[in-house]
Structures are given as C-alpha cells and as structure tokens.
Write a protein that binds this ligand. Structure first.
Ligand code: AKG
Ligand code: MN
Length: 197
C-alpha cells in the first residue's frame, strides 16, 4: 500500500492515494448512496442554529455514543458496506474502530468549516481513518496557533483514497473542506473513529 507521509509539525498524517482500487471504490460509493440514511444536522453558528451545509450519518457499535452540538446521539447499526470497509481498514492499519461518521457533500456549495476531531469521547490521541469516494475535494490543514494569513497545507482527497490522522494531529491542527465554484458532483467521506465506551 503506497503511503505518503504529509510533513506537518507535531502531527501524524498519511495519505494512501490508492487505498481502494477503482472498481472497489465505485462499488462502495454506489452501495452507500443507495443504503445510507442521511440526516441534515443543525449546527450552532454565532449562537444561531442553522442546517449544516452537507448531509451526515453516524453508524457504529450500539454503545458508541457521541455528542454533536450538545446532543447525545446513538449510532445506527452497521450495514454491510460499512462493516466490510471497516474490516479492510482494521487489517491495513492494525487499529480497531467502533463507529463512522459519513458526510455527503452534494455539490461544490457543501463544505465543512475549520475544526479538529478533538471531542473528549475520542480520547487524547485519536486515530481517524478518512476514506473519500466520488468527486475529488480539497482538504486543508492549518496549525491552531497559526497567524492570520499564514499558508495552509492543501491535499486533494480523491476517489478511493485514505487519509489517516493520528498522534497529536487533532491537538495542534485544524482541517476543513472548502467550497468550490467548479461544477462538481457528489462526494462521500467516511471518518472511522474509536469512541471511548
Ligand atoms: O470530508 C472530509 O474529508 C472531512 C470530514 C471531517 O473532517 C469530519 O467528518 O470530521
Ligand atoms: Mn474532521
């Protein structure tokens, strides 16, 4: 498995461009588009509740609760496409996951703002395995204490790629998915996580 280590200070980030072969990536994409039960969670923006600019779904073990915008959510039970992908990741990375957050970016207007995956239920040094399917999107990193205007690091997350973030990545860095004016089709992203139970 060809791995590219992304050189970020105090972070452990690796990109596996061809984690899934194209046929397998197409297969997962189509099965997930058919079977995933999407929701559009509300997020707090400057004290106001707004609909998130993407659709989302949370699947996992029964006891893998997570808190989102102050609400405790329980996961939906694993569906075959997700358990297969989880098995493949666990084999490849030698790490166990108990849940996955799936995001659907319907077009170039859908996005995710700067954040870290640093919820307390993920523990101190979470391992996040992020699989991308569908249209390629730009994924940006910036240091939490970055000065205004300092450059961010940009990666292209393509169909079938895997990005792993571990060690202190979430402690010192934030990431986001930007909007784009390019006419693009849908993208599905899956972040496999292990929440503490
Ligand atoms: O869509 C992506 O690549 C990022 C998703 C993400 O950051 C998250 O779900 O926490
Ligand atoms: Mn994230």
């Amino acid at each position: 498995m060809l791995a590219t280590k992304i050189p970020l200070e105090q972070a452990e980030v690796t990109l596996y461009e061809h984690f899934l072969d194209p046929a397998k990536a197409d297969d997962y994409y189509h099965r997930l588009m058919a079977d995933t039960q999407w929701h559009q969670p509300e997020i707090l923006m400057f004290g106001r509740k707004i609909k998130s600019p993407r659709l989302a779904a949370w699947y996992g073990d029964e006891d893998a609760f997570y808190t989102y915008s102050g609400i405790v959510n329980s996961p939906m039970p694993w569906i075959p496409a997700l358990s297969e992908l989880k098995d493949q990741l666990e084999q490849a990375l030698q790490h166990q996951f108990n849940s996955v957050l799936i995001n659907l970016y319907r077009d170039g207007n859908d996005a995710m703002g700067w954040h870290s995956d640093d919820e307390p239920e993920l523990g101190d040094q979470p391992v996040i395995a992020s699989v991308s399917l569908g249209a390629s999107r730009s994924f940006l990193f910036r240091q939490k204490n970055a000065r205004k205007g300092s450059p961010s690091t940009k990666l292209q997350l393509r169909h079938g790629s895997l990005l792993t973030m571990s060690g202190n990545t979430q402690r010192y860095w934030q990431h986001r998915i930007t909007r784009t004016k390019k006419p693009i089709t849908q993208r599905v992203n899956l972040t496999f996580r292990r929440v503490l139970t």
